[in-house]
Design a protein around this ligand. Structure first.
Ligand code: SF4
Length: 354
């Protein structure tokens, strides 16, 4: 069933941009209404273009970051926006198990994440995760990109539906959304497990890479559990979250996930942001900032050294609390404020949780 009211044509909604029942384009989200009526399930829905439904079996980890996570060791990934000036040095990368490279974030143009991952891996040997959105590609382009990921030796992908182009300064862009994240994950499993496309036809090249998905503690726990279960059924092997500035919903969701018997590796996104202007923008991205954090930053806003110190300690304390609740927790550290700040936060978390 296609949900005609959904601007992204989701079959497996709601998408991660839904907040409190509202769509990012300002209308009510019909998938949220279904959830409230108790009619939303974790069934993976495919469209008629998928002529095969092959079994998604559990598979061995090949990438070191995933092996480590599955051995209940804490994994650290570094967010690396793909721009020349963000190309990192070796020193910073020694702290991380992998780098994670977003795909045209906020619907703005960046360097292709697969090319960037390839270059970073070639230069430093670090494992890489390329994000890929459904917003900018149809399924032909996705098949080509999946083959490129494998050919380039990129270790994993993070498959997301993607922010709507309403957020973009390029208002004329027409988004694609041929698939949603769940169908993209399933297609990536067809490609990497069986070497076939959505029709079951053999591809000219069978790549291998691990498949990650998004999780979001900013969405209510019962609904987010359904979304996570569905992505696991489709073939997701690890998860990276939306940014977090409030531990309460994280703890509630982690307990809910654990209670459901799920033990998939979950990485929590921690971005040391302390400038008021940036913090006030967070709710527009669907990110909830706790009153405690905002009030404290307001109180010390004129002292950047104190703000920085408070931010690092606050986020590290959240990381510590999450690790007490869920065994396979990891951290996805934002480099938005610069590598030195990301390094400071990573060191503080490591000193607390290892
Ligand atoms: S929030 Fe997402 S799933 Fe819901 S209507 Fe909007 S685009 Fe569709």
């Amino acid at each position: 069933m296609m949900c005609v009211q959904c601007v992204k044509g989701m079959l497996n909604g709601p998408c991660g941009s839904m907040r409190d029942g509202k769509c990012e384009v300002g209308v009510k989200c019909p998938w949220y209404a279904l959830y409230k009526e108790g009619k939303l399930t974790d069934e993976v829905k495919l469209d008629k273009g998928f002529l095969v439904k092959l079994e998604v079996k559990s598979r061995e980890a090949r990438a070191e970051f995933l092996k480590k996570a599955l051995n209940d060791k804490i994994v650290y990934t570094l967010d690396l926006p793909p721009l020349p000036e963000m190309f990192p040095g070796k020193n910073i990368l020694e702290m991380y198990d992998a780098v994670s490279v977003p795909d045209n974030p906020m619907a703005r143009p960046y360097i292709d994440p697969v090319v960037y991952c390839y270059k970073v891996k070639q230069e430093f040997g670090v494992e890489t995760i390329a994000h890929i959105t459904a917003r900018d590609r149809n399924r032909l382009a996705l098949l080509s990109m999946f083959m490129t990921v494998g050919y380039a030796g990129v270790d994993g992908v993070m498959l997301v539906t993607g922010d709507h182009t309403i957020h973009s300064p390029y208002k004329v862009i027409r988004p694609v959304y041929d698939l949603d994240s769940v169908r993209m994950i399933y297609l990536a499993r067809l490609v990497t497990d069986y070497g076939v496309d959505f029709r079951g036809k053999k591809l000219p090249y069978k790549p291998f890479f691990h498949i990650g998905a998004g999780w979001d503690p900013n969405i209510e726990a019962g609904l987010e559990l359904i979304r996570i279960k569905r992505k696991i059924k489709a073939g997701a092997e690890f998860f990276e979250s939306q940014a977090i500035f409030d531990i309460k919903p994280v703890v509630e969701l982690l307990k809910t996930i654990k209670g459901a018997g799920i033990d998939v590796p979950l990485m929590l996104c921690l971005i040391p942001v302390y400038k008021l202007k940036e913090l006030k923008f967070m709710p527009k991205l669907g990110v909830k900032v706790s009153k405690e954090y905002l009030d404290k930053i307001l109180e010390i806003k004129d002292d950047p050294v104190k703000c920085r110190e408070y931010s690092v300690n606050y986020l590290a304390a959240m990381a510590e609390e999450a690790a007490q609740v869920y065994d396979r927790i990891g951290y996805y550290i934002g480099s938005h404020g610069g590598f030195d700040l990301a390094e400071e936060l990573t060191k503080e978390i490591k000193s607390r949780v290892g």
